[in-house]
Ligand binder design. Sequence first.
Ligand SMILES: Cc1cc2nc3c(=O)[nH]c(=O)nc-3n(C[C@H](O)[C@H](O)[C@H](O)COP(=O)(O)O)c2cc1C
Ligand code: SF4
Length: 421
Amino acid sequence: MAEKVLFKNVEDPKQYLIETSLKKGGYESLKKALGMIPDEIIDEVKAAGIRGRGGAGFPTGLKWSFIPKFSDQPKYVCCNADEGEPGTFKDRVIIENDPHLLLEGICIAGYAIGAKAGYIYIRGEFAFGAKRLEKAIEEAYKKGLLGKNVFGKGFDFDIYVHRGAGAYICGEETALIDSIEGKRGMPRIKPPFPALAGLYDGPTIVNNVETLSAIPFIVRKGGKAFGSIGPEKSPGTKIFNVSGHVEKPGSYELPMGTPLREIIYEHAGGIKDGKKLKAVIPGGASTPVLTPDEIDVNMDFDSVAAIGSMMGSGAIIVMDESTCIVKSVLRLAKFFAHESCGKCSPCREGCTWMVDIIKDIEEGKGKEGDIDFLLSVSDGIFGNTFCPLGDGASMMVTGAINKFRDEFEYHIKNKKCLSAS
Ligand SMILES: Cc1cc2nc3c(=O)[nH]c(=O)nc-3n(C[C@H](O)[C@H](O)[C@H](O)COP(=O)(O)O)c2cc1C
Ligand code: SF4
């Protein structure tokens, strides 16, 4: 098993305290980074090959290099701690148990891009996590690890915690920026991308908690050490969240590329009560469902994409033989319809239509032709929306019909469910 990058200290109940963190080498990477030229740090992050852990897998070093060197506007680091994707609960583990690891990563990112301030946008429901972060920030200021002249190296940096108010769309990076600015959180048109005009119109990087928390390791051990873990094109370790019908649901830090079968049957203890596996959502609610014969896939961005789904945020939702796929799809479709921000009509109208059709099918009121109609509504959403939320809803529905069409047909024909529950 590869060395832990993120969860090395999360089991220590005192790790959230700065004294414990410092004893275990906390902030030493920041000290090292402040002795480096900012571009050297960006080069290390590029050498690490780390791809964003928020879901899209964009190369982090490349993202940082888009920030203009000279700008009249202040630059910012935004840490995306919205963690709203159903099935995802990885960032929370770091925030609550090792908040200084995250703060250190944000500070290094700030120094590398020339920012003087960082914002942590945290999901509103994470009240405990927000409290932990605020306490950690207070401790770091007291130790001179935040604020003016950090480590006496002439680097000034402040971090603010901004709590969200419960909207999934505020995890989308430009909606997140609008929300911090006090506006209604809705995606902005791109370009301009945040790297050129982001928070308060300044050059901004938005990165996920897990991405930023890996930065201290990369600075301490070098990009190559991180890049040597897992597959060449998706290196590093990854936190996989396993939920649903497994014996040991939880968060597991494993090398990227670990087979899905191993994650479910070894780390998560297999299917609950010895039942049979029916379906797996591999990377959060927006990612197309997989069938049991597809679980030998390696969990990395490219391998999961090659079989027509996505690794997304690494949120693995396991469903056993008793699961009604139609009911599950209805539940998720309701989520997307509820969370659609309403800015563009294919998503705003389409998600609601999809709920209406699936609801009819689930309740035994479905008619012949409904499945094709549902597919056509889903097709009308895909690729025609302002942000990827609509695409996510569409991929989820179309993916489930492609794999489990017989269940939808059974519901329509027999006015009842094929599965036991
Ligand atoms: C609807 C929607 C919700 C999102 N929610 C999150 C989230 O909760 N956390 C996150 O890190 N990224 C989320 N993203 C992705 C962000 O827009 C962005 O790509 C990410 O924060 C970039 O960080 P990374 O490069 O470190 O992955 C979401 C995207 C969409 C479209
Ligand atoms: S796709 Fe949906 S969530 Fe995204 S901007 Fe359009 S209406 Fe809003």
